[in-house]
Design a protein around this ligand. Structure first.
Ligand SMILES: Cc1cc2nc3c(=O)[nH]c(=O)nc-3n(C[C@H](O)[C@H](O)[C@H](O)COP(=O)(O)OP(=O)(O)OC[C@H]3O[C@@H](n4cnc5c(N)ncnc54)[C@H](O)[C@@H]3O)c2cc1C
Length: 402
């Protein structure tokens, strides 16, 4: 093999659009294949982009466009069983996270990728690949094919490319939580984001300009439902379940009451990706949730996807063989993303505390916040920066993942 000049990117979400831009800036052609038929399909809800993710987007010249569609969150606090446990310690000298509508984020990232010369094809779902010494050909469900030097799997937590790389990969773990969001006319006293551990379930909420409150619900559900299956169930049914679950929680009960089928977003099951043994094989490599989906509690999934997409392009830019580039990329990223995923798994296990655990949290959390050293706990996550200009050295030793 030799230095790649073209890439197929499977998945046109956050990782896919960012990978396409970064590949173009690295001098590599990028063709993005997205399964959804329309750029806006399936894209709902809001998510937070952390300071490290925003700094990574600055490298691609798109950080300010994302800031412009995002709401800065200056303060966060925790409530348990309705009791305010106070604001969480902040890390000094880093910009606030930005809450962005997923649809806005996708649009801004896609526009940047197109401006950089990437091509997007919609309604193009990868079903298989054929690898040859001279390249890789992807097959899509509409019968079409496309060929390039390398194939980047940015196809999310239920990745097809991950299974093509390693059919025995462990697959994502369902956390037992289904997510929903709502955007309702309401007022809340706190001007930042509240993480609320209620009687039966967790939620989070924040005020938006114009007298509205946006809230997200994590509904415990033993039964796993795909996003498609959850959206096939009428919104009225989900609202009944959410209202019963959050009844008596202030303000989640009120937010659930005010949410209508039109303002309810069904955003799908929450997964955690256990460590993936094989990040790459031959001409295929994984990026974003396909290879490292931490729990949504970390607020880092999208930011890590952005970082990884940029580091992958940097490695492909600087190392002559895809195998070296992929090995260097894995060495740069694995420790960081798995460390953050471990933190997320710990938070997730406390999301639905029973009455005794809630009481314990009420007692131990406030003094814990006072003692917490944000530099130690958050510094490595939020201050991480990519040196795009620096040349990537050969991986030592080269670890063949195949
Ligand atoms: C409820 C919830 C809240 C979250 N909140 C946050 C947050 O606040 N902050 C944060 O950083 N992260 C958050 N996350 C995580 C974040 O959404 C993900 O980390 C991020 O979307 C990963 O981007 P991605 O591009 O890797 O995957 P995705 O966004 O899943 O995109 C994958 C794309 O690939 C496409 N695709 C899949 N299969 C194929 C195929 N075979 N062929 C072609 N295309 C295919 C899909 O249609 C999709 O468009 C949250 C997640 C959830 C569920």
């Amino acid at each position: 093999m030799s230095r790649p000049v073209s890439a197929l990117v499977i998945g046109g979400g956050i990782a896919g659009a960012v990978a396409a831009t970064a590949l173009r800036l690295a001098g590599i052609g990028a063709e993005v294949h997205e399964a959804y038929r329309d750029p806006g399909d399936g894209v709902g809800g809001s998510l937070a982009i952390a300071a490290n993710g925003l700094a990574a987007l600055d490298l691609l010249g798109v950080g300010d466009a994302v800031r412009a569609v995002g709401l800065p969150i200056e303060r966060t606090r925790m409530t348990v069983g309705g009791r305010d446990l106070g604001t969480l310690p902040q890390l000094a000298g880093v910009e606030p996270m930005r809450m962005v509508r997923r649809g806005d984020l996708h649009r801004v990232l896609r526009d940047r990728a197109v401006a950089a010369g990437a091509e997007f094809r919609y309604g193009s779902r990868l079903t298989g690949v054929e690898e040859r010494p001279s390249g890789i050909t992807a097959r899509f469900d509409d019968g079409s094919t496309a060929t390039a030097d390398v194939l980047v799997g940015a196809d999310g937590v239920r990745s097809t490319v991950r299974t093509l790389i390693d059919p025995a990969n462990p697959g994502p773990r369902y956390t037992g939580l289904l997510s929903f969001d709502g955007d309702v006319p309401a007022e809340v006293a706190f001007d930042g984001m509240t993480f609320a551990f209620g009687r039966r379930a967790y939620s989070l909420y924040w005020p938006e300009p114009g007298g509205r409150v946006v809230w997200g619900a994590n509904l415990p559900s033993r039964e796993y439902l795909s996003l498609k299956a959850a959206r096939e169930i009428p919104g009225e049914h989900w609202l009944d379940v959410l209202r019963a679950t959050y009844a008596g929680d202030d303000p989640a009960g009120m937010l659930a009451e005010r949410t209508t089928p039109e303002t309810l977003g069904i955003t799908g099951a929450i997964h955690i990706m256990p460590p993936v043994p094989h990040w790459w094989r031959g001409r295929m490599v994984l990026v974003g949730d396909a290879v490292h989906a931490p729990s949504n509690s970390t607020g880092q999934g999208a930011s890590l996807a952005i970082e990884s997409a940029i580091e992958l392009a940097r490695c492909l830019r600087d190392l002559p063989e895809p195998a070296d580039a992929f090995a260097a990329y894995e060495q740069l990223r694995r420790g960081r993303v798995e460390g953050i995923a471990r933190r997320g798994a710990r938070i997730n296990s406390t999301k639905t505390p029973g009455p005794v655990a809630r009481r314990v949290m009420q007692l131990v959390m406030p003094p814990l916040f006072k003692r917490m050293d944000p530099e130690r706990s958050m510094g490595p996550e939020l201050r991480h920066r990519i040196d795009w200009a620096a040349a990537v050295p050969m991986p030592e030793p080269v670890r063949a993942s195949a």
